[in-house]
Design a protein around this ligand. Structure first.
Ligand code: DGL
Length: 249
């Protein structure tokens, strides 16, 4: 079984890609909604949540764990790999490399949470590519809250997105990296503001391909026709179920 977790419903953007690639698997999705957002929380708090969730997912029979959260990957994935050595983990981080390769203006914009932008992995990535392209960063302020409320478009979403996109577009970014798994659900609003010329990079499909490389599907017990997805949350399960129907169908 493939287990996926995030601070909330953002990881559904990764689950959506997994379902497209491995449609007959069993999935368990855990939304840590009672602790959402992770973005500005201390590293140690996120590590504790990641440990707790990992133990729970393993108890439920997870064979592989997808940390479908850039912030949790930055804060906790190395600790998880140390403390659960028999478990395969796949994390997610801002797709700086494909953005740097794709950019024609040599300016890329990275939208992510504060926790991701201050994390060691991201700082290393930035160091590696900053002599090839100018990298401009901004926290997607209020984006996670919008997505958690299901406000993916409309005047409030537009105003919120515009505020964080403005400095990146002003700096000449022609490629935007969505460095938080919640943000792809705002893609239409981001696209409407950024315009058709700007490339938007969502690393979720690459994460799904990495799971496909590492995961050995079970011969028996697979779902025959439609995917089997079990939802769990530290918050309200009916709210998660209705967001799942809205975002994934
Ligand atoms: N979806 C998460 C990420 O990819 C976390 C957002 C949050 O909880 O602040 O970073």
């Amino acid at each position: 079984m493939i287990a996926v977790f995030d601070s909330g419903i953002g990881g559904l953007s990764v689950l959506r890609e997994l379902l497209a690639l491995l449609p007959h698997e069993h999935y368990l999705y855990y939304a840590d909604t009672a602790w959402c957002p992770y973005g500005e929380k201390p590293r140690e708090v996120i590590k504790d949540r990641a440990r707790h969730i990992t133990s729970l997912l393993l108890e439920q029979g997870a064979d592989i764990i997808v940390v479908a959260c850039n912030t949790a990957t930055a804060a906790a994935i190395s600790t998880l790999r140390e403390e659960f050595p028999g478990t395969a983990f796949v994390g997610i981080e801002p797709a700086v490399k494909p953005a740097a390769l794709a950019s024609k203006s040599a300016v890329i914009g990275v939208l992510a949470t504060a926790g991701t932008l201050h994390g060691g992995n991201y700082l290393d990535l930035r160091d590696k590519y900053c002599d090839k392209v100018k990298i401009v960063e901004h926290v997607g302020k209020g984006f996670v809250e919008l997505v958690e409320k299901g406000m993916l478009s409309g005047p409030v979403a537009e105003a919120t997105v515009r505020e964080s996109l403005h400095p990146l577009l002003e700096a000449g970014a022609d490629t935007l990296v969505l460095g938080c798994t919640h943000y792809p659900f705002l893609s239409d609003t981001i696209r409407a503001i950024a315009g058709p010329e700007v490339r938007i990079i969502n690393p979720a499909p690459a994460v799904a391909r990495q799971v496909l490389r590492l995961y050995k599907p079970h011969e028996d017990g697979n779902c025959d026709s439609k995917p089997c997805v079990k939802l769990m949350t530290s918050g309200d399960i009916s709210a998660l179920e209705s967001m799942y129907r809205k975002l994934i169908g």
